[in-house]
Design a protein around this ligand. Sequence first.
Ligand SMILES: Cc1cc2nc3c(=O)[nH]c(=O)nc-3n(C[C@H](O)[C@H](O)[C@H](O)COP(=O)(O)OP(=O)(O)OC[C@H]3O[C@@H](n4cnc5c(N)ncnc54)[C@H](O)[C@@H]3O)c2cc1C
Length: 359
Amino acid sequence: MPDLVVVGGGVVGAAAAWQATRRGASVVLVDARAPGRATDAGAGIVSPETEPRDASPTHLLSAAAQSFYPELIAALEADGQTETGYARCGKLVVALDDEQAGWLSAYLEMLRDPERAAAPADPTTLHEVDPAEAQAMFPPLAPVTGAFVSEDAARVDGRLLERALLASAAARGAVIEHRQVERLADLPASDAVVVAGGAWSPALVPDLDVRPQRGQILHLAVDDPGCGRWPVLTPLTGHYLLAFADRVVIGATREDGAGFEPALTAAGQHEVLTNALSVAPGLAGAPVLEWRVGLRPVAGRGYPYLGAVPSSGHDHVFVATGHGPTGLTWGPWSGAAVADLALGASSEADRAVLARFAP
Ligand SMILES: Cc1cc2nc3c(=O)[nH]c(=O)nc-3n(C[C@H](O)[C@H](O)[C@H](O)COP(=O)(O)OP(=O)(O)OC[C@H]3O[C@@H](n4cnc5c(N)ncnc54)[C@H](O)[C@@H]3O)c2cc1C
């Protein structure tokens, strides 16, 4: 009988399984790899220090992710898992007209507040840059009216991170099964169960208000040897661009009400391209590599569900889902923290954070 069964092998379930094996637990992870899984499509921005949602408990997740990420990457490297696409590349936030320049200043002032839970340890890592510097940092950029940089921001490849977590967990004995779980009662007997099923979680834990939000996202080939060092680029419009060694990823739509259909649409592609080319017209000639589409697990209450699920009828069922557009950032910490909780191995500090996210 395994100590822990994890349902779902996206970034959250993979982190839960990984952490449990680091605690010496025996783990079975069951994952259906549903078409449209969010982790496969996620852009990869990891910038908890620029998360603006200070008024909700999510600022606690941003602070936890901020300290956990370097530890996570180092631990994976120590396990021989060096391919995660992770790099501390910085983030460039830009204004495209005078009105946006005013918003940009207010945003920077808010981020610099040292009282924020996710405020950077060194405030000088958040600073303005002039338009020419911004252009040099991200060459395809349009003329801008203002810009600032957050040096702490990073990017990660969700697919590679998940693969690294699962490979590391498997090397410590985790058993990974690819199949659909129809009911919790069908799972092998275990001490505890963590449901990390992304947007599909309510099929197993019906009381959760988690819904799919479709995101269409484009990968363009970029023939520039320096491209892997470009910062994440965010205008103030909700769209973004980020670079890996051979490509720029531009996204993304946020479509509520599209159900579980991971379809690419004409309107979605039009929206993504129109926004990206208005901020980075220098990409107009870049070849299209691929479109991806994923279903973000969005929690109706606005922040994730993390913890025990008394209503499941089982006293050993836990859930970790509802990370919405920020799951590659928060998910590794919350998956690991819920696994610790399920195994009775969590610290008092982690339990205090998790208490704010109880289902
Ligand atoms: C276009 C897009 C861009 C994004 N960009 C970013 C970003 O830049 N930064 C960021 O932090 N986040 C980003 N996100 C959000 C992030 O990708 C998600 O929040 C995160 O990947 C969710 O991970 P998950 O493990 O909860 O779910 P998923 O990755 O969807 O995985 C859930 C898994 O559980 C399995 N499963 C579910 N139910 C069952 C069952 N009953 N039996 C067996 N298996 C089951 C599914 O098949 C699936 O494999 C983005 C998302 C999208 C779509």
